[in-house]
Write a protein that binds this ligand. Structure first.
Ligand code: GLN
Ligand code: ZN
Length: 757
């Protein structure tokens, strides 16, 4: 039996890669210094895995920016707009990933999107017939060099590659039929595989994660076509899928020319023994038995019990691994010095997960479970610990009935009541919540965290910021104001720190994209609200102005999706617990006179399961949890929600089911393309399609926004239309923010004047 790994976090335990990247981008270090640092990091990562007991080291999982982008570059498929300028390989890489290169080329970066249902973003390949026919060569040199580096550490190395069918599936193309590009793409993959085989590579892990999807027939046929014609030469191929079960495609998989199959046994129930019996007898069976996406220590004894009969049956054909690449898990638990011993004993990060595999192998080979029994005791202790159970929270959730999940009055009834109290003009203007977070504000928060200023000093500094923000909004002439979120570092972290049942680490960073990392909170126990979380700031802001101030909350699904979540309770139940905590805040705000409350849910879409047939089940409980958080708001309280994307054509019924009084969405970049969805099904409540893109510092012209609003009016009657930017303004500077909002208000004034005539 062998232990292998599908991929290791590339950022480094102290985010070394992030800092190297940023130094290089700033011009503080040379290219060769940067490349040396990367090489050292790779070597360190392999050492770590090797010492932990991993036998087959993954090669090719490391990337300066993104592994999908690496695949694109190895295949010679960088879009032409980037290759037109001469540049070395590294700068080309950053040009595709980030747009502007040091030399000043102004090419828009390739799009970035979420890697399946994780929080990792990959660079979307852009394919065309022309590009595939271009003379740019396939070049596996970097991979082969890395194999040499890794072989100094272990005699077993395995190249990791994204497979052609998933690569094509994840790409965008102007060709109506992407599959027509397959033959040309396969030629490039063939060259790549031949180069690797000639270089003496023995195993390639070919990742085809789209096998977890319910593929249309033509995509299934593409698998047959690709893998029946690929000439492997001397090397062996391990077909690898993760994040979702592949049982439904097993009849297809068994016909393909592979030497082994990796199955994620953690993401979903999978009948492993049934699958194994149908596969060719010479295949290696790799079982992903350690969850590669969470931070919990594994109960190795229960894994052992399931694996032992399989091991007796498969013997050397059995490989064990994490369920997926460890890219999605933080690096090393050892660094955490502030967690108490009990809490720490519940956790395992990437390095510890590798060690778990070694423990498991020992137990299986020796049929001796003493050591793993000892190891797993703390994982079992977590499930019964008093710290994670709160009976009153549980009974509250169990006691929920249908009425708790929706507001008492219909939208139409609410709208009448709200209009009476709020008395807003036609095309009301507002923003999404945050205002520019200047260095000064960050410093105030940092000093407060380090106890360098008192609570009273902190409060008065934040209040000063709120006062300025309110004044500026009044000057601009916005109708619905916000307090600006100066007290928040991050919309999930802020609430996580105030909730019971949620913990924070010092170093549990996970790569989000490029040099960006996130440190998700850990939802370890029953969640409840200790005290009011936003009330005093909102009350203060409202005391400064006669215009309504909109309170800002983060919704339960976003808190859930952007955290590491306990695995001993269903996600639905955790979502309801958070929903109740947010609902408590809503009640407090209402009692204190808040008239408008926004509950942000930017993450609803990314929480969707991989398989489309499971979407509805998820959407049902996800929308329910949101509705639970808002349901106690009386008719007179206007509930807003916000989402940072506009492609919800396929989930529009769920978006409607949220029943927010006002929904603000991102759509300015796509020129209101979202509104096309309303041709099929009307959106019944108020809508604020973003009229300018906050992701660039460009100040939008008045007429541009007038045109967009007029376009929106064709789909949403003016009585239900709001005007706002497309997301929060915290990453912008004040200068451009003020100019942009001034223009936005001017655009609205023009339209109002035309409307009243
Ligand atoms: N209210 C948040 C803000 O303005 C919303 C952020 C988001 O949409 N991700 O920053
Ligand atoms: Zn947003």
């Amino acid at each position: 039996m062998h232990i292998h790994n599908l991929g290791f976090p590339r950022i480094g335990a102290k985010r070394e890669l992030k800092f190297s990247l940023e130094q290089y981008w700033r011009g503080d270090i040379t290219q060769s210094a940067f490349l040396t640092q990367c090489q050292q990091l790779r070597e360190h990562n392999w050492q770590l895995q090797h010492q932990a007991g991993i036998e087959w080291l993954p090669v090719g999982d490391f990337a300066h920016y993104d592994h999908v982008l690496n695949t694109t570059l190895i295949l010679g498929l960088a879009p032409e707009r980037f290759t037109a300028h001469n540049s070395n390989a590294l700068d080309l890489e950053f040009r595709v990933g980030r747009g502007q290169a040091p030399s000043g080329c102004q090419c828009a970066a390739s799009d970035m999107t979420k890697w399946f249902n994780t929080n990792y973003h990959y660079i979307v390949p852009e394919l065309s017939e022309q590009l595939l026919a271009s003379s740019e060569k396939v070049n596996a040199e970097s991979l082969i060099l890395q194999c040499k580096e890794a072989s100094k550490i272990s005699d077993k190395t395995k190249v990791v590659l994204l497979g052609p069918i998933s690569y094509l599936h994840l790409s965008v193309s102007k060709n109506a039929d992407k599959l027509s590009l397959l033959p040309a793409l396969l030629k490039r993959y063939q060259t790549l595989v031949t180069q690797l085989s000639n270089a003496g590579v023995s195993w390639v892990q070919l990742d085809e994660p789209i096998l977890g999807l319910e593929l249309e027939q033509q995509w299934q046929d593409a698998f047959s076509k690709a893998y029946q014609q690929l000439n492997k030469g001397k090397l062996k191929l391990l077909l690898t899928s993760y994040f979702s079960s592949i049982d439904h495609h097993i009849d297809l998989i068994k016909t393909l020319d592979f030497d082994g199959l990796h199955i994620d046994t953690v993401a979903q129930e999978t009948d492993v023994s049934a699958i194994i019996d149908t596969l060719p007898q010479h295949w290696v069976i790799s079982l992903g038995v350690i969850n590669g996406r969470n931070i919990w220590k594994t109960d190795l004894v229960s894994v052992y019990q399931k694996l032992l009969p399989l091991y007796r049956h498969l013997k050397n054909r059995l490989w064990i691994a994490p369920s997926c690449s460890l890219l999605h898990s933080p690096v090393d638990l050892q660094q955490e010095s502030k967690l108490d011993a009990e809490f720490k004993s519940w956790l395992a990060f990437a390095k510890q997960k590798c060690e778990e595999l070694a423990l498991l192998k020992y137990a299986l080979v020796h049929e001796n479970s003493d050591e793993i029994t000892l190891y797993s005791s703390s994982a079992l202790a977590r499930c019964v610990s008093k710290r994670i159970h709160n009976d009153s929270v549980k009974s509250r959730v169990n006691g929920l009935s249908k009425e708790d999940f929706h507001r008492k009055q219909s939208f139409l009834e609410r709208k009448v009541v709200q209009q009476k109290t709020l008395n807003l003009p036609v095309l009301p203007t507002t923003t999404i919540g945050s205002f520019p977070q200047t260095g000064d504000i960050r410093e105030v928060r940092a000093k407060w965290r380090r106890n360098e200023i008192t609570q009273a000093q902190y409060q008065s500094l934040i209040e000063e910021e709120i006062r300025n923000t309110i004044t500026k909004q009044e000057d601009i002439g916005l109708d619905v104001l916000v307090h600006g979120e100066a007290e928040r570092n991050d919309m999930v972290e802020y609430f996580g720190e105030l909730l019971e049942g949620v913990a924070f680490t010092q170093f549990a960073w996970v790569q989000s994209y490029g040099s960006r990392c996130v440190k998700p909170p850990i939802i370890f126990g029953d969640v409840s609200r200790k005290q009011a979380m936003t009330l005093s700031w909102i009350n203060y802001a409202q005391s400064l102005t006669d215009r309504p101030v909109k309170a800002m909350l983060t919704g339960p699904i976003t808190i859930l999706c952007w955290s590491f979540v306990r695995d001993d309770l269903s996600r639905e139940e955790v979502a309801n617990q958070i929903g109740l905590a947010i609902s408590d805040e809503v009640v407090d705000l209402v009692e204190n006179g808040t008239q408008i409350i926004q509950i942000d849910e930017p993450a609803i879409r990314e929480g969707m399961p991989i398989k489309q047939s499971e979407w509805q089940g998820y959407l049902n409980w996800a929308t329910a949890a949101f509705c639970l958080s808002a349901a106690k708001a009386p008719a007179k309280t206007q509930i807003h929600s916000h989402m940072c994307y506009s492609e919800f054509n396929d989930i529009l019924p769920a978006i409607i089911a949220l029943d927010a009084d006002v929904l603000t969405v991102e759509t300015s970049r796509s020129n209101m393309a979202l509104l096309d969805a309303f041709d099929q099904q009307a959106y019944p409540n108020d809508l604020g399609p973003g009229v300018y893109d906050i992701h660039t510092p460009n100040v939008p012209e008045v007429d541009w926004m007038v045109a967009l609003i007029e376009k929106a009016q064709k789909y949403i009657p003016i009585e239900r239309l709001w005007v706002n930017p497309d997301c929060g303004l915290k990453t912008r500077g004040w200068t451009e923010t003020k100019l942009a909002l001034d223009n936005m208000v001017t655009a609205v004034k023009k339209l109002r004047a035309a409307y009243s005539n």
